[in-house]
Design a binder for this molecule. Structure first.
Ligand SMILES: Nc1nc2c(ncn2[C@@H]2O[C@H](COP(=O)(O)OP(=O)(O)OP(=O)(O)O)[C@@H](O)[C@H]2O)c(=O)[nH]1
Ligand SMILES: [Mg+2]
Length: 446
């Protein structure tokens, strides 16, 4: 493993009150020794020290706080130094430059976390949680990323590995000593153990939809005939005048997108052009985009106007909007009562009434099986989902193989495949390519 000493600015780019420069590697203390105004040799680990970073001519460049952390008790597991300097862009760059001159090299994106992983401080699922934590857009996403960082997912995967390893050992023995034919009862027992493990893995696999949605947020698409009040509802939900509202049908021509936070969740709210038959080129394009947004959305908010009876467009939209992801909303109920009584929510975007009922209808639609409980472990990463699905498929092959008396070698090999796939989630036997794909997405200094 590469043990060169690396350094990077760990705080966000731009001007701030302070900036942190992080140094990690065998020479981290020697690098700091060369540029700090005091000798760091006798500093105790995990202590902070006031002093200056010196220029080449030994004059002070900036006054800083220097934190020393002796490996393995550091984020990377290596000797590490963190310098908190003044947060000006130029001064930060110059301090970093001094660190390079003293012998460190620039870190790659995610290289500190990569080292933490390679040094066994965190496993791969935890390293990925670091990234999810940083990019979390809602409280819920943050909470689950924190749990994954604490190792909740890893523990679960390790428990599957343990169960499957015990079964694999029996199967391998069967390959090595084929003369000791597995008894019928033993095969039955193995199959039933495998089925139990399989069911648990499938349960975890099924959390991916919720997990993905929690992490990336759901998209909510406002849809309806012209003038039903889509843009008014967007503004009411956002609590600000984002979209233009007029009494002219065809006001919104393009898609408008805004972040919306409802309780602990994050949404992408999309306002669309009202759908109607038209010859006008711009409006036609707007309508084409509305239809695409409708297909892509997680939830469709289909608006109807309570002050008039349903027209041909309304009927068509009711026809084409997929039932399972559509909430029908009667708007303008401050002026008139809804015309028909199918399952719907009544609101007034203008008077901002009925919005709480609408929010709970959205909640109910998204969490068909209820919000995942805080105790539950969920998967949010496609890579984990794919590896888990492969492990499940391999287990199913093992079960079918045992049931139909396939030769022991094949069954044992499928069992190894299942274990390899589970291992890949926490980071056993992963290739360089996978590691670099994961860590290169991290920010510099993380
Ligand atoms: N009384 C009343 N008027 C409303 C309500 N919601 C919207 N309106 C009015 O209806 C008209 C159209 O509202 P918009 O929000 O622009 O409608 P839209 O669906 O975005 O229209 P397009 O962008 O043209 O498709 C405006 O004059 C709004 O003030 C409501 O709840 N009550
Ligand atoms: Mg509009």
């Amino acid at each position: 493993m590469n043990t060169e000493t690396i350094a990077a600015i760990a705080t966000a780019p731009g001007t701030g009150a302070i900036a942190v420069i992080r140094i990690s590697g065998k020479e981290a203390f020697a690098v700091a020794e060369k540029i700090f105004s005091r000798s760091i040799k006798n500093f105790k680990t995990h202590t902070a020290h006031y002093g200056a970073i010196l220029k080449e001519d030994k004059s002070p460049l900036d006054t800083v706080l220097l934190l020393v952390m002796k490996g393995p008790n550091s984020y990377t597991g290596e000797d590490s130094v963190e310098i908190s300097c003044h947060g000006g862009q130029l001064v930060t760059k110059q301090v970093l430059q001094r660190v390079f001159e003293a012998g460190a090299r620039p870190a790659q994106p995610g290289e500190f976390s990569l080292r933490a992983y390679l040094n066994g401080k965190i496993d791969l699922a935890q390293a990925e949680a670091v990234q999810e934590l940083i990019s979390a857009k809602s409280e819920l996403a943050l909470e689950w990323a924190e749990k994954q960082l604490q190792g909740a997912l890893s523990e679960k995967i390790k428990s599957y590995q343990k169960e499957l390893t015990e079964i694999a050992a029996i199967l391998e023995a069967w390959v090595d000593f084929p003369e000791d034919d597995l008894e019928f009862a033993a095969t039955e027992e193995i199959i039933s153990q495998l089925e139990v493990a399989l069911e648990r893995m499938q349960k975890l696999q099924s959390t991916f939809n919720d997990g993905k949605a929690i992490h990336t947020g759901h998209s909510l698409c406002l849809l309806g005939s012209p003038n039903v009040g889509k843009s008014s509802l967007m503004n009411a939900l956002l609590g600000k005048d984002r979209a233009i509202v007029t009494e002219i049908a065809g006001t919104t021509r393009d898609l408008l997108e805004e972040d919306l936070h409802l309780g602990p969740l994050h949404f992408k709210l999309i306002d669309t052009a009202g759908i109607r038959a038209t010859d006008e080129i711009i409006e036609k394009e707007g309508i084409r985009r509305s239809q695409k947004a409708m297909r892509d959305a997680d939830v469709i908010l289909l608006l109807l106007d309570a002050t008039r009876s349903l027209n041909a467009q309304d009927h068509e939209l009711l026809q084409i909007a997929p039932r399972e992801k559509t909430i029908i909303i009667w708007n303008k109920t401050d002026l008139a009562k809804p015309q028909e009584t199918f399952k719907s929510v009544s609101i007034s975007a203008k008077e901002k009434t009925g919005l709480d009922q609408l929010k709970s209808a959205i909640d109910q639609l998204i969490w068909k099986n209820g919000l995942p409980s805080k105790e539950e472990v969920i998967i949010t990463t496609l890579r984990h989902y794919q590896a888990l699905s492969n492990a499940i498929a391999a287990c199913e092959t093992v079960i079918n193989g045992l049931k139909s008396g396939v030769s022991a070698e094949f069954v044992a090999s499928d069992m190894r495949e299942a274990l390899n796939q589970l291992g890949a989630i926490v980071g056993a036997n992963v290739t360089e390519d996978i590691l670099s794909a994961i860590f290169s997405k991290f920010c510099l200094g993380k």
